[in-house]
Design a protein around this ligand. Structure first.
Ligand SMILES: [Zn+2]
Ligand SMILES: [Zn+2]
Length: 372
């Protein structure tokens, strides 16, 4: 690495340190393992990864390569995406210690013969199979579950991960690795349609023009309903307008653009109180409010207005992978404009710093070269 690049890297890291509490354990930019990552030299049993502990993000190159337990596969990660949940975990939304990350594409190194050597994506909830939610076919609500990079299980911001083989789905040849990295958030967007019926005559408001909001608006528009997307960023809403979706700018002086009690369904994808208030105000009586974002802290709600207007409140989380893969393969959802930046894994802290800047869309981490 030349001197100028090293300096740029160090500057970025010190900027990162101001945003998050970060530690670079051993010199990430000059270690043999960093060089190996950049030059694909022979592997050993340690690996590079982004580790969260006590609210501190660490660039590590001494993590043990995981050994898959029975029923699990070893996956070499190719690409991963940084999600708002990752940023919230760093800020302490939920106590987690381990490798962060849950959006990935990888290649199976060991596991079922039908999967070895194939590119895969993976459902993030590892369920027990025996508890009552599991027996009732609700594995994402398994009472014993671990969740990739979120609850009790190391995630995908590393060279390797393990997941139950049953969680893995092959990526079709026609689907690029970049696009397939969006499978998990796109599945989360599709969960709305698993939970509520969207009719062609429904007027649906999507509030929030971030990474997930742009996917939610695109998937809802595919149902044939009338979608309006509300957000603060003209250039992001333009991505939706280009696909024939109505948009409206909201902000301090622009709330009047959304008529009160106009919508049958409002999807809140901002994760903040003003987004929730806007969704509530936009709904007709007996309308449905879908909460598609996690909220850090508490939310104050006018409960009696929900009762009087008989509003349905739906919490919405993880969704179905197979339809997400199909929509991406058929290019019915456009994710290319959602990619804001790419970083090698060894510059993961700089990637986090970038992803945490307001209004940034998807920041991808590259673990290995992959032409697809
Ligand atoms: Zn996510
Ligand atoms: Zn279970």
């Amino acid at each position: 690495m030349n001197q100028q690049l090293v300096e740029t890297h160090s500057t970025t890291l010190s900027r990162t340190a101001r945003v998050f509490n970060v530690i670079v354990r051993q010199s990430a930019c000059r270690s043999p393992r960093y060089d190996r990552l950049m030059n694909t030299q022979p592997m050993d049993t340690a690996m590079v990864g982004i580790w969260l502990e006590d609210g501190t993000l660490q660039q590590r190159d001494d993590l043990p390569r995981p050994t898959p337990p029975d029923g699990e596969a070893l996956v070499r990660v190719l690409r991963a995406g940084i999600c708002n949940t990752d940023l919230e975990l760093v800020r302490g939304y939920y106590p987690f210690r381990g490798v962060l990350g849950h959006e990935f594409v990888g290649v199976v190194e060991s596991g079922p013969r039908t999967l070895v050597g194939r590119r895969v994506v993976g459902e993030i909830n590892a369920s027990c199979g025996g508890c009552s939610p599991c027996r009732a076919a609700r594995p994402t609500h398994c009472s014993q579950r671990t969740v990739l990079g979120i609850v009790g299980r190391n995630g995908c911001f590393a060279e390797y991960l393990t997941l139950p083989a049953a969680n893995l789905l092959p990526v079709p040849d026609a689907l690029s690795t970049d696009h397939a990295t969006f499978t998990e958030p796109l599945a989360a967007a599709l969960e709305i349609q698993q939970q509520i019926q969207i009719r062609p005559e429904d007027r649906v408001l999507v509030i929030g023009d971030g990474k997930l909001g742009l996917l939610v608006a695109q998937t809802l528009a595919l149902t044939g309903c009338a979608v309006t997307a509300a957000g603060r960023h003209v250039e992001k809403l333009d991505l939706l307008r280009a696909r024939g979706i109505d948009t409206v700018i909201v902000g301090r002086n622009a709330d009047a653009d959304i008529e009160a009690t106009e919508f049958d369904v409002a999807v809140e994808v901002t994760g903040n109180a003003s987004g929730f208030a806007l969704a509530r105000q936009a709904l007709r009586p007996r309308g449905t409010l879908v909460m598609k974002s996690t909220y850090a802290g508490e939310l104050t709600v006018d409960a009696s207005s929900l009762v009087v207007d008989e509003i349905k409140l739906i919490g919405s989380r993880c969704g179905p992978f197979a339809p997400a893969i199909r929509l991406l393969t058929e290019r019915r959802v456009d994710v290319t404009p959602l990619i804001a930046a790419r970083y090698p894994l060894a510059e993961g802290l700089a990637a986090f710093e970038h992803a945490s800047q307001r209004g940034t869309l998807k920041v991808l981490l590259h673990m290995a070269d992959d032409a697809r």
